[in-house]
Design a protein around this ligand. Structure first.
Ligand SMILES: [Zn+2]
Length: 380
């Protein structure tokens, strides 16, 4: 066996053990399994050093393994809270400081004012047969352009590529083993409520959703068709989730190459800002509440949102909710972690210089190595 083959085979073994661990996370801890994993991981890292693997991939391997070992330590300690959940994604408290920076770069009152201004334009789903047809027509118009831009090197012709695209009226948009699925129901129409109600396909929004899934698709094809080591193709736990989503979200930013509509892009921009601030206002004070106490949480919220919000019903509801909420017991912990992580991914994908995206598309990267290669964060 060559050194590379040995690395691949040790990683496959670690992957198998991670599947067993993931199935029992966070309920069952086995000392024996833990010991076995540590042994395989140690051997793997040692072999990898002598296998002529590029340094950044080695770094990716070290990060992936260390996230996995960290999860085992948390299982051993018997702790389940938001931070253990975040560690499954390879993330930690930095998620909160990034959210804080995002929010503080935006003025809360200004954003509210903008939002009220666009309130008579809103998103909705297609509801009639002819609306479903019209959103599909828009999607079909974008697909050849996207093929030309990203897939023509991978597929010899458009028809071959279109076999990887499926439309339905049910389900979510998604990607699986090279195929993308679009739900016509989950595309948007824009509704202008002025003196009369006008509905039309939300072209930029449809385009962004297509680009997102195409980002996943491209990442999949470039990875599986490559000669990369197995550890660059199969993530342990959810360690690859963040990197994969960051790529897909970064792809959404290509939309101006294909479409321009000032009104809709302004609407989308304000809408995503207000959505971001809403997630922030729920998550950040909870974080402060648990790390620095209720006074600090209140003080922060007061300073950030201003007097009116502080005295308003939403704040009182939030306070009541937070007081009753325990990070360690909350039954929606999975959902809560997932939405925090997704929001963080949206923020961070904005910072990735697109020039570095090509490199990251080949392989599945753990969060910190991804960030370092992407050029949007300092190495730590
Ligand atoms: Zn995605």
């Amino acid at each position: 066996m060559t050194a590379r083959e040995e690395v691949d085979s040790l990683y496959r073994e670690l992957y198998r053990l991670s599947r067993i661990t993931a199935r029992s996370f966070p309920f069952f801890y086995s000392k024996e399994l833990h010991e076995r994993i540590k042994k395989v991981a140690g051997k793997l890292l040692e072999k990898a050093r002598n296998a002529e693997i590029p340094e950044e991939m080695l770094e990716n391997l070290r990060e992936t393994v260390s996230i996995f070992l960290n999860i085992l330590d948390r299982m051993k300690a018997g702790k389940l809270d938001l931070f253990s959940q975040l560690s499954v994604y390879g993330l930690g408290e930095e998620i909160f400081s990034d959210m804080k920076r995002f929010a503080e770069e935006r003025d809360f009152q200004e954003t509210l004012k903008d939002f009220h201004e666009i309130c008579d334009i809103f998103f909705d789903e297609p509801v009639t047969e002819s609306e479903l047809e019209s959103v599909k027509k828009v999607a079909m118009e974008f697909l050849p352009k996207i093929y030309e831009r990203f897939f023509s090197e991978l597929f010899s012709d458009l028809n071959e590529y279109l076999k990887t695209v499926n439309f339905s009226v049910l389900e979510e948009h998604g990607h699986q083993t090279g195929k993308v699925y679009f739900s016509l129901k989950n595309f948007n129409v824009l509704c202008f409520v002025d003196n009369e109600v006008k509905r039309r396909p939300a072209r930029i929004s449809i385009l962004k959703k297509i680009l997102h899934e195409c980002g996943h698709q491209l990442n999949f094809f470039l990875t599986t068709r490559s000669e990369l080591p197995v550890f660059m193709k199969k993530p342990l736990f959810a360690t690859g989730f963040v990197g994969q989503e960051l790529i897909a979200c970064a792809f959404e930013r290509f939309w101006p190459e294909f479409e321009s509509d000032e009104e809709e892009s302004r609407y989308l921009e304000i809408h995503s800002r207000i959505h971001g601030l809403k997630v922030f206002l729920k998550a950040y004070p909870v974080y402060l509440y648990y790390t620095q106490g209720p006074e600090e949480a209140s003080r922060y919220l007061y300073n950030y949102t201003g007097n009116r919000y502080y005295l308003g019903k939403e704040f009182r509801n939030w306070l009541e909710f937070t007081c009753r909420w325990k990070l360690s017991e909350h039954s929606n912990l999975d959902w809560w972690t997932d939405s925090l992580v997704r929001f963080w991914i949206t923020i961070k994908s904005e910072e990735i210089p697109l020039g570095n995206l090509k490199k990251l598309c080949r392989g599945i990267w753990a969060p910190k190595t991804f960030m370092k290669i992407s050029g949007c964060s300092k190495a730590d």
